[in-house]
Design a protein around this ligand. Structure first.
Ligand code: ATP
Ligand code: MG
Length: 560
């Protein structure tokens, strides 16, 4: 089901924080954290969590930590750590000196586990992973106690220490919390809190061969950092009793876990597992392929951090699962780019026009406004000459009635330059139009006439001797269906990839001012959309542009 943000900007966590500040629950402190697992690149969904955690902390004069939840050594890597830090900074947030890693707490977490054992609240279990699953029961049937559940504290302490010392093989033993095998909440059925894994960790190296589980690690990390509001996505709601249980049993500072609805968008897939598959199978060109919804992909494509932040504010934060129309994100992006993008002329599918009454070697330079929305952006000079390129699609030999672009005998305005009238159509042997001849009216210099004659069509163009060749990459949704992830679909998300998600235009012609364009800088190619130079492939010798988003707006129309 799609939902547009009716209560734009409403955020129930903001309300909770206000209330807590009134009652003094956390001594008027707001201290949040953003806790990514460094097992992939951040995506647009994470932006919601980042804006929520860093944004609210900022708003309440509080703090937000960046904490890597790095408890899965086999899946994690420093490459991801660096990419995540870059993305958070790019979005405009700052963790100052509060960069933490759950792995920094491995020593403390071990001590807490020992404390639980001493309290009789944890035990070493010899059941195999399969047996543990069997003993767990189902949603409708209670589980069974493990035969090892009643080991003495001494025996548990001894075995746990020997687990740490590497005396056992992977999977041979685990440490489990002793809670309640008949709890209706499966998470409370003696959950595993430590497992044996002889694996190299990207930070702690080979120091540990036992690793704490997420649920145990997360709450304790929050507690150690004095987090007030521990915001996480809805799927952790059923884990909250366990979160609370650990902190209560250990009797340490208690953060409040609060669950909110994750951001889902139409036409994309965000799960790191699924994106990794696309990357590893070469179906896309790396984690920052502009067709993806990772933050690095959106950046490469030309999204601005401001647009992403505004979008996150606009969709608000609620409790119920929904999917947001990606057109809403594109709408916010377009509004932002409209304010900041430099207008330039680029012809994506060029056809040559010769202006037969224009002197052969003459070059004029016309003033072009860089951004009508922003006077301070100034003007630039655009060269004009006897030969220009226009879009092939802006000419029709045999046009229908209300056609306002170029056609035999018709007059159009060349943006910033002159009015021209088409006089001749040149064809090749196959009958294809290869060149057009026009005449210009010198009295319309700058693209204006004061004799009252009506010219409806305005075309963009590029002077042939001044044009720079460019590669232009056009994007569409990566998937052909709104919810490629939906379990009710036939097949899986890979079956719904859009083969035309990328179209490469090899021989576009762009105005010479783009020679010095830098990646990330936003441009509007007049009548063609918003573009930015590609951060990987663009250089002064090889111009490569990504289309960020088209000009046409479907979302605002739909929601008028
Ligand atoms: P994925 O399953 O998409 O790969 P994840 O949840 O495993 O993501 P984490 O690194 O564990 O990724 O997430 C870090 C934080 O971002 C967590 O607090 C998580 O709840 C939050 N988060 C993840 N996905 C979303 C989303 N779609 N919307 C909002 N918050 C999200
Ligand atoms: Mg996760």
């Amino acid at each position: 089901m799609k939902e547009t943000s009716t209560a734009a900007g409403s955020n129930f966590i903001r309300n909770i924080m206000e209330e807590d500040n009134e009652t003094g629950k956390f001594d008027k402190r707001v201290h949040t954290r953003f806790p990514p697992e460094p097992n992939g690149y951040l995506h647009i969904g994470h932006a919601k969590s980042i804006c929520l955690n860093f944004g609210l902390a900022e708003e309440f004069g509080g703090k937000c930590n960046l904490r890597f939840d790095d408890t899965n050594p086999t899946k994690e890597d420093t490459e991801y750590v660096e990419a995540i830090k870059h993305d958070v900074r790019w979005l405009g947030f700052d963790w100052e000196d509060r960069l933490f890693f759950a792995s920094d707490y491995f020593g403390k977490l071990y001590d807490f586990a020992v404390e639980l054992i001493k309290k009789g609240k944890a035990f070493v279990d010899d059941l195999t992973p399969d047996e543990i699953r069997e003993y767990r029961g189902t949603l409708t049937e209670p589980g069974k106690n493990s035969p090892y559940r009643d080991r003495s504290v001494e025996e548990n302490l001894d075995l746990f220490e020997r687990m740490k010392n590497g005396e056992f093989a992977d999977g041979e033993k685990v440490l489990r919390a002793k809670i309640d095998m008949s709890s209706p909440n499966m998470n409370m059925r003696d959950p595993v809190i430590y497992r044996i894994l002889h694996a190299h960790h990207h930070r702690t190296g080979d120091k540990w061969c036992i690793y704490p589980m997420y649920d145990f690690t997360h709450g304790i990390s929050d507690s150690l950092e004095g987090i007030t509001h521990s915001n996480c996505t809805l799927e952790f709601e059923d884990h909250r009793p366990l979160y609370d249980w650990f902190l209560d049993e250990l009797d340490i500072y208690h953060s409040q876990q609060i669950e909110f609805a994750p951001l889902n968008l139409t036409y994309i897939v965000t799960s790191k597992r699924k994106v990794r598959k696309l990357v590893e199978d070469g179906l896309v060109d790396g984690w920052d392929d502009p067709r993806l919804a990772t933050l690095s992909a959106l950046r490469r494509r030309g999204y601005t951090p401001k647009a992403i932040r505004e979008f996150c504010e606009q969709i608000g934060v609620g409790k119920s699962n929904s999917t947001v129309d990606i057109a809403q994100l594109e709408f916010v992006l377009r509004e932002n780019l409209n304010k900041i993008a430099t207008r330039v002329m680029a012809v994506l599918d060029p056809i040559k026009v010769v202006i037969t009454n224009y002197p052969e070697d003459k070059v004029e330079e016309f003033d072009a406004v860089n951004n009508p929305e922003d006077e301070s952006a100034g003007k630039r000079k655009v060269p004009f000459s006897r030969e220009i390129y226009i879009e092939r699609g802006d000419f029709m030999e045999d046009p229908p009635k209300k056609y306002f672009r170029l056609a035999p005998g018709k007059e159009v305005r060349l943006k910033h330059a002159y009015y021209v009238t088409c006089t001749d159509v040149i064809k090749n042997a196959a009958g294809e139009v290869v060149e057009l001849h026009c005449t210009y009216d010198p009295a319309t210099r700058g693209g204006w006439s004061d004799d009252g004659r009506k010219v409806k069509g305005t075309l963009h163009w590029v002077s042939v001797p001044h044009a720079l060749k460019a590669e232009v990459r056009l994007y569409e949704h990566l998937f052909t269906v709104e919810n490629p992830d939906d379990s009710r679909n036939e097949g899986d998300y890979l079956d719904y990839m859009n083969p035309s998600a990328l179209t490469v235009v090899e021989n576009a012609m762009v105005e010479p001012s783009l020679k010095s364009a830098e990646p990330g800088r936003p441009f509007q190619f007049l009548r063609k959309g918003y573009f930015t130079p590609d951060s990987k492939d663009h250089s002064a010798d090889r111009l490569v542009f990504n289309r960020t988003v088209g000009l046409r707006d479907s979302w605002a129309k739909k929601n008028k």
